[in-house]
Design a protein around this ligand. Structure first.
Ligand SMILES: *Cc1c(COP(=O)(O)O)cnc(C)c1O
Length: 360
């Protein structure tokens, strides 16, 4: 077996320990004599596992009372639609920090009025705006402010979150569980799990009860978050394998020491790569402004698209996979999610330095 260094943006690297455990248990889940994908989602064995997953998540994120955790099928893009169907009554305010927040607003427009509270588009999405009650122009009847905690394609990440006196919705798909967050600042959080926490096909959402009370009820029950809360995420068949996998990842996170430890580890990893960029005398050009840099997705350019292509190709030959930037923006991107090891980052540092020496 030859495992490569995986810098894919999503789906992406998962912890080797978890992959091994899943493999070992795959034919016999918890002494049932069946695989986890063969048992009923109404069975006691399954229910116990899903309950434990929820408990672990509450523990790791210190989710306060007054919030519910739900598991849904579909990806982040489905939530671009659902958050608006549920919560958009008058106006939704969107902070445009990159591709994903833009897509969320585009989808929400089908369900009601939206406006841009701030946008980094004119500057080609290089920085997260600083938003305060005094500097933003919140319109009357704004139901919520919508932000994207980590812009996966442009490589920007919010370091602190705005406090604007209206409900805050956050897409945390690409930095979920990479650092501690104060859940009480948010009214609705969701994350497609395939970047940091599991296989594609499932979304974890955390909803504040008070906010949910204001949600629309004139849409089909399956599209209402309230249904998932009421039915404990088993209104219909949940994505059982995904939830099982998340359970394993949460145990892994807990055993490593939780989110504070993970954040410290992620900071060290990202610093290794950003230092190479900053010390390269312009050979590597970082995309994001320093105080908006993502710990999850390091985006950078080289002098020419040809050199960038060469960089990704030669990296692949050295078993460093997934360094090509998103097709919409080009350049290079190294995704350093939780499961990417410090050794993997060191291998990338070595490669980047060697590549610079050879090509400058
Ligand atoms: C990947 C991603 C999405 C879209 O996820 P899909 O599951 O492919 O729909 C949405 N938001 C963010 C921040 C992402 O990184």
């Amino acid at each position: 077996m030859n495992r490569v260094y995986n810098f894919n943006a999503g789906p992406s690297a998962m912890p080797l320990e978890v992959l091994r455990e899943v493999q070992e248990e795959f034919l016999d889940f918890n002494h049932t004599g069946m695989s986890v994908v063969e048992i009923s989602h109404r069975s006691a064995a399954y229910q116990a596992m899903q309950d434990e997953t929820e408990t672990l998540l509450k523990e790791l994120l210190h989710i306060p009372d007054g919030y519910h955790v739900i598991f849904m099928q579909g990806g982040g893009s489905m939530q671009f639609i659902l958050h608006a169907q549920n919560f958009l009554r008058h106006k939704g305010a969107y902070v445009k920090t990159g591709s994903w927040s833009s897509k969320a607003q585009e989808a929400a427009k089908f369900y009601g009025a939206t406006y841009e509270l701030a946008s980094g588009e004119a500057q080609n999405y290089k920085a997260i705006p600083l938003l305060t009650k005094d500097t933003v122009d919140l319109q009357p009847d704004t139901d919520y402010v919508y932000i994207t905690s980590n812009e996966t394609i442009h490589g920007l990440e919010w370091k602190t979150f705005p406090k604007l006196g209206v409900p805050l919705i956050c897409d945390m798909s690409s930095d979920f569980l990479s650092r501690p967050v104060d859940v009480s600042q948010f009214d609705f959080i969701y994350a497609g799990i395939q970047k940091n926490v599991g296989p594609a096909g499932c979304v974890i959402a955390i909803v504040k009860d008070e906010f949910l009370e204001k949600a629309r009820t004139d849409i089909p029950p399956y599209l209402q978050y309230a249904t998932f809360v009421k039915k404990d995420s088993t209104y219909n068949t949940p994505p059982v394998f995904c939830i099982y996998f998340v359970n394993k990842v949460l145990h892994w996170l807990k055993n490593l020491g939780g989110l504070d430890v993970m954040e410290a580890r992620n900071k060290k990893k990202a610093k290794l790569i950003y230092d190479v960029i900053d010390n390269s005398q312009g050979f590597y050009i970082g995309h994001a402004e320093k105080n908006s840099r993502s710990l999850m997705n390091v985006t950078f350019n080289l002098q020419t698209p040809e050199l960038e292509k060469r960089f990704a190709e030669e990296a692949t030959k050295a078993d460093l996979i997934g360094l090509k930037g998103h097709r919409s923006v080009g350049g290079c991107r190294a995704s350093l999610y939780n499961a990417v090891t410090p050794e993997g980052c060191e291998a990338l540092v070595d490669f980047m330095q060697r590549f610079q020496t050879l090509h400058s």
